[in-house]
Design a protein around this ligand. Structure first.
Ligand SMILES: NC(=O)c1ccc[n+]([C@@H]2O[C@H](COP(=O)([O-])OP(=O)(O)OC[C@H]3O[C@@H](n4cnc5c(N)ncnc54)[C@H](O)[C@@H]3O)[C@@H](O)[C@H]2O)c1
Length: 445
C-alpha cells in the first residue's frame, strides 16, 4: 500500500480532545491536499473524527472550519495552483471557500467506534489510560480486516505495552505530538520492540509532509519530553523545600522557585506556571503512569497530591487562557501563589520583597525573548552564566544547581537509553518546550 493509499481511509480517536482536534486538522489538510492532486481525482479520502459526544464533535467541526480558513489564507497562492483548471473560481475568497469545503468534505464526525473498522490507519489521542487504549486497539484490530496501523499519541505509556497488550504484531508506533499539534514543530517517534519497518517509514514520511521535526526516542515510559519535564518538576519540589529550610513560607518558596526557573534560567515559563499550563492533574497522572516503569527512582510528588486534594488543578479554558492553579493569573500575569498549608492564595505583592531579600543579588539575566532563536545567543548566554558562576547569593547558588540538575536529567535520559544522544535531548527541550538553550551544555563548566 502506498503512502497515499494508506491515507485514503483514516480514523482519529479522541478527535474532540486537545490533541485529537489538532491531529484531525493536520491530517484532514494532508488528506485533502492528496485528494486534490491531479492524479487523484475521483478517489475518495475518508477521515473519521471519532469521539464520545456529538456535541463535542460539533464543536470540533467549528474549530476545524476556523483553522482551515487561517491555513487557506496563508497558502492562498499554493491553493490557486491546485484549482488552476477551475475557471469558475476567480477571487481569493472563492478559492478559499472551495478549499475549506474540500478539506471539511474529507472529515466524517461520528461517535461510533465501528467507523474505524474500515480504516487503514488510526491516530489515537484518547485519555492516558493503558487499559482503555489496549481495549480499543484490540476491538478495532479484531474487527478490521485491513490489518490497520495504530499511531498513538501516548505521553508516557511504553509502546510495547500497547503493542503486546492489543496483539498488534508491530503495527503500532508512538507518534507523540506536542500541544498544540498544529503549532508545535516537534514529534517524538517511538517504536515498540517490534514496530514494522514500513510503519516507521510511513511515520517519517507523514512527519516530513507535516513539516515536523522528528526526534526518535527509545520505548521507555515518559520518553524524552516528559522524561525531562517530570524529573524537572520533582527537582523543583526539592528546591521548594530548600527555600523553606531557609525560612521561606511554602507560597514564597513556590514563587521563588518559579522565578528562578523562569527568569534566572532564561526559560519561557517558570516550572509551576508550566505545571499549571499542562494541568496539575495531568502532570500527576503522567508521573503515575511512568512510575511503575522507572527503576531506582520514585516518580511521584506529594506536593502535587496535596494540591489536587485541595482542588488545585490549573489547565486552560476553551479559549486557551490559563485557569488558576498553583498560581493565580490576571491577564496572563501571576498575581498570587497558592499556599497548600493554609489552603489560600497569597498575593505576590505581599511576598515579593521578602523573596528578593532571601534570594540576594542576582546577575541580570537576559530576557528569554531576546535569546530564543537568536543566532548569536552564545554571546549573550556565556557572559551571563560566567557571572552566575561567581555570584555568591542563595538565588545564584540555586540557579546553578537547577541548571546542573537539568543537565544531569538530560544526561541520565541518554545514559538510561531513553534518548539516542545529547543532541536529541536538547532538540526536544528547544523545540517542544521552547527553551532558549539545551539542558546539556557547558555554560557552567
Ligand atoms: N495535552 C497534552 O499536552 C498532551 C501532549 C502530548 C500527548 N498527550 C496525550 O494525548 C492523549 C490525549 O490527551 P488530551 O490532552 O488531548 O486529552 P483530552 O481529554 O483533551 O482528549 C481526549 C478525548 O478522547 C475522548 N475519548 C475518551 N474516551 C474515548 C473513546 N472510548 N473513544 C473515543 N474518544 C474517546 C474524550 O471525549 C476527549 O475528547 C493522551 O494520551 C495524552 O497523554 C497529551
Amino acid at each position: 500500500m502506498t503512502y497515499e493509499e494508506r491515507l485514503q481511509h483514516v480514523s482519529v480517536l479522541g478527535a474532540a480532545g486537545k490533541m485529537g482536534s489538532g491531529i484531525l486538522l493536520l491530517t484532514a489538510v494532508e488528506m485533502a491536499d492528496l485528494s486534490l492532486k491531479p492524479g487523484n481525482k475521483g478517489k475518495t479520502f475518508v477521515l473519521n473524527a471519532i469521539d464520545v459526544s456529538d456535541e463535542a464533535l460539533a464543536g470540533v467541526m467549528r474549530y476545524l472550519r476556523a483553522q482551515i480558513l487561517k491555513i487557506a489564507e496563508k497558502k492562498v497562492h499554493a491553493i490557486r495552483q491546485i484549482y488552476a483548471d477551475r475557471h469558475d473560481l476567480v477571487d481569493n475568497d472563492e478559492i478559499i471557500a472551495q478549499y475549506i469545503f474540500d478539506v471539511m468534505n474529507v472529515v466524517r464526525p461520528t461517535t461510533r467506534l465501528e467507523a474505524a473498522y474500515d480504516s487503514n490507519m488510526v491516530f489515537e489521542a484518547i485519555k492516558e489510560d493503558s487499559a482503555l487504549k489496549i481495549k480499543i486497539f484490540s476491538q478495532i484490530n479484531q474487527n478490521n480486516p485491513k490489518q490497520p496501523w495504530f499511531f498513538t499519541n501516548t505521553s508516557s505509556i511504553p509502546i510495547t505495552v500497547l503493542d503486546e497488550g492489543a496483539g498488534l504484531g508491530g503495527r503500532i508506533i508512538g507518534f507523540h505530538f506536542y500541544n498544540p499539534p498544529a503549532v508545535q514543530k516537534l514529534v517524538e517517534v517511538i517504536r515498540s520492540n517490534q514496530t514494522l519497518k514500513e510503519v516507521d517509514e510511513f511515520a517519517l514520511a507523514y512527519a516530513k509532509n507535516l513539516r515536523k521535526i522528528v526526534v526518535p526516542a527509545h520505548d521507555i515510559a515518559g520518553f524524552i519530553g516528559n522524561g525531562h519535564f517530570m524529573r524537572d518538576i520533582l527537582y523543583a519540589v526539592e528546591v521548594v523545600h530548600i527555600f523553606m529550610d531557609k525560612g521561606m513560607s511554602i507560597s514564597e518558596a513556590i514563587y521563588a522557585t518559579n522565578r528562578i526557573s523562569q527568569e534566572a534560567l532564561v526559560r519561557p515559563m517558570g516550572i509551576f506556571q508550566l505545571i499549571d499550563y499542562v494541568g496539575v492533574d495531568v502532570c500527576s497522572f503522567i508521573m503515575f503512569v511512568m512510575n511503575p516503569f522507572t527503576r531506582d527512582e520514585e516518580i511521584h510528588s506529594k506536593l502535587l497530591d496535596k494540591l489536587l486534594e485541595q482542588g488545585i488543578k490549573g489547565g486552560q479554558y476553551s479559549d486557551g487562557s490559563q485557569k488558576d492553579g498553583v498560581m493565580k493569573y490576571e491577564k496572563g500575569r501571576i498575581v498570587a501563589v497558592y499556599d497548600p498549608l493554609k489552603s489560600e492564595y497569597v498575593p505576590v505583592s505581599q511576598m515579593q520583597a521578602a523573596v528578593e531579600a532571601k534570594l540576594g543579588a542576582m546577575p541580570a539575566a537576559p530576557a528569554w525573548k531576546a535569546v530564543v532563536g537568536n543566532k548569536a545567543k552564545d554571546e549573550i548566554l556565556k557572559p551571563y552564566f560566567t557571572q552566575l558562576k561567581s555570584a555568591d547569593t542563595l538565588g545564584a547558588e540555586i540557579t546553578r544547581n537547577y541548571a546542573k540538575k537539568s543537565r544531569e536529567i538530560g544526561k541520565h535520559l541518554v545514559a538510561s537509553g531513553v534518548a539516542y544522544n545529547d543532541a536529541d535531548v536538547n532538540t526536544v527541550l528547544l523545540t517542544g518546550f521552547f527553551h532558549a538553550y539545551g539542558p546539556i551544555n557547558e555554560y557552567l563548566d
